[in-house]
Design a protein around this ligand. Structure first.
Ligand code: PLP
Length: 474
């Protein structure tokens, strides 16, 4: 870390812990220059960094002022306890409404979408690599790949695990068509109709829909919005009933955005190992961290091959390329069979392109920029939410990814407000979609992966005003 980044980090900490409050002036550039012995230009770089993150603003001839205070009005939700009551109706209708094709509302600000905006993706560089790949490879990637998948990609992914206690080898990895395909192969390989699986709550709607389609019973577990699955509850449940698998999004989960602590990850792996229950870990947001280093996955603590680690580049690079992978430990052979019957092969061209992109550090360079852009967005979103959303709004404060979970006054039903919001040109994901239980009606998920511009800021403000208006009408 450079000197200016260190100073920025220290000041950011003090802004976030309230030592410097909204509207207060930071020490002047000259003062910081004297106190830290850094050059004026280094101190200025610190300020530019804080400015880019939406934490301070420069006022001509007066200095830098704090523009952020996350905890002034907006609180963080705490533990979500699933109710025993089943949800009314079918959440598929809501999913169809939000993600179906028939979008006649234009222009729309789509906060429901689960990928970063195209402007944050390295499209020009990818185009170049696609062209180079086609020229370099004599067979133009027309053939089926070996069943394990592209060896070059598996090597690149294995290299990315070199900081783990027990890093992976290329032979531990099987490529898949995205993370959803990895999840589906895992669930098909280790569960059978009628089995029970454990998930967090709220949970990614794709997971519950897939489980339902396989005839599985989903047991949603209490989940803390900062730390994730309640491990003690998982333990109790496993002692009482047979569980076929646990599914968890360990790093910057969808929708809560939490990051499980290292202790929780270790504990979960230990419980699953002692009960011989496979742990399916989805880790597709882990590369988008806002701290200093990538959080480790549960897989890195897995000694017995009980964890099936699933990931993809869909949230960081190219959702349409369908490039993902799974490290399935002792279930590898079952996954290979499942892949053979369901997929035959992954998509050769896009997997080769991503391997090339990862090689030579291009992926890491891109990730560095993506993280700064998304962190900046998060802070901007929180500012608007604090200012325009109703006073008793609670919002998560994720340390990575690009999903915000918002809990509103219990009288608000975000499914009912969906149409009025759409009429204002705003889409979001209603909370009902993230459970099979009868809850989260007063919640919604927002993506902060959109470009931060006037349209986004206005749409977010309008959404806040709509919610305020709704409350007044009760
Ligand atoms: C938890 C989770 N799993 C899977 C997926 C789908 O990933 P992919 O596009 O790599 O299949 C998503 C996308 O939103 C997700 O959030």
């Amino acid at each position: 870390m450079n000197l200016y980044e260190k100073l920025a980090k220290e000041l950011e900490k003090q802004i976030k812990n309230g030592a410097y409050q909204f509207g207060e002036r930071l020490p002047s550039v000259r003062q910081l220059h004297r106190e830290t012995s850094m050059s004026i230009s280094t101190v200025l770089q610190t300020m530019y960094l804080l400015e880019a993150k939406g934490l301070v603003e420069a006022r001509p001839k007066r200095g830098y002022f704090v523009t952020f205070s996350p905890n002034q009005n907006v609180q963080t939700p705490v533990v979500y306890r699933p109710t025993t009551k089943e949800g009314p109706g079918n959440i598929e209708d809501t999913i169809q409404q939000v993600y179906g094709e028939n979008d006649q509302h234009d222009p729309i600000t789509n906060f429901s979408i689960g990928v970063p905006s195209s402007k944050m993706l390295p499209i020009a560089r990818l185009k170049k690599i696609v062209r180079e790949t086609m020229l370099d490879l004599t067979d133009a990637c027309v053939h089926y790949e070996p069943i394990m998948g592209n060896p070059y990609l598996r090597r690149q992914v294995a290299q990315r695990t070199s900081l783990w206690e027990n890093g992976l080898s290329p032979d531990d990895l099987i490529t898949t068509n995205g993370c959803m395909n990895a999840l589906a192969l895992a669930m098909m390989a280790i569960t059978k109709k009628g089995d029970r699986i454990i998930t967090e709550s709220p949970v990614y709607f794709g997971t519950i829909q897939l489980a339902k389609s396989l005839g599985l019973h989903v047991i949603e577990m209490p989940t803390h919005s900062n730390y994730g699955l309640d491990i003690e509850e998982v333990k109790k449940t496993m002692k009482k009933i047979d569980i076929a698998a646990v599914i968890v999004v360990s790093n910057f989960s969808n929708p809560l955005g939490y990051n499980m602590s290292v202790q929780s990850k270790r504990a979960l792996v230990k419980i699953c190992t002692s009960h011989q229950v496979p742990l399916i870990e989805e880790d597709l947001y882990g590369d988008v961290f806002f701290g200093t280093e990538r959080p480790l996955p549960c897989k890195s603590f897995d000694q017995k091959g009980i964890v099936l680690w699933c990931s993809s580049v869909s949230k960081t690079l190219a959702p349409g390329y369908r490039v993902g992978w799974i490290a399935a430990g002792k279930y590898t052979d079952r996954i290979l069979k499942s892949k053979l019957y369901h997929n035959v092969s992954s998509s050769s061209l896009s997997h080769e392109v991503v391997a090339r992109f990862m090689d030579k550090g291009r992926y890491d360079n891109h990730l560095r920029q993506l993280r700064v852009a998304l962190h900046h967005n998060l802070l901007k979103y929180l500012q608007v939410i604090q200012e325009y959303f109703p006073e008793n709004t609670k919002t998560t404060f994720p340390n990575g990814g690009f999903l915000l979970w918002i809990e509103l006054d219990p009288r608000i039903d975000t499914s009912q407000l969906y149409e009025p919001a759409l009429n204002l040109g705003i889409k979001y994901a209603p909370g009902r979609m993230f459970t099979l239980r009868d809850q989260y009606k007063n919640c919604l998920r927002l993506s902060f992966g959109l470009d931060w511009n006037e349209q986004t800021a206005t749409a977010l403000t309008k959404l806040g005003l709509l919610l305020q208006h709704q409350l007044v009408s009760y």
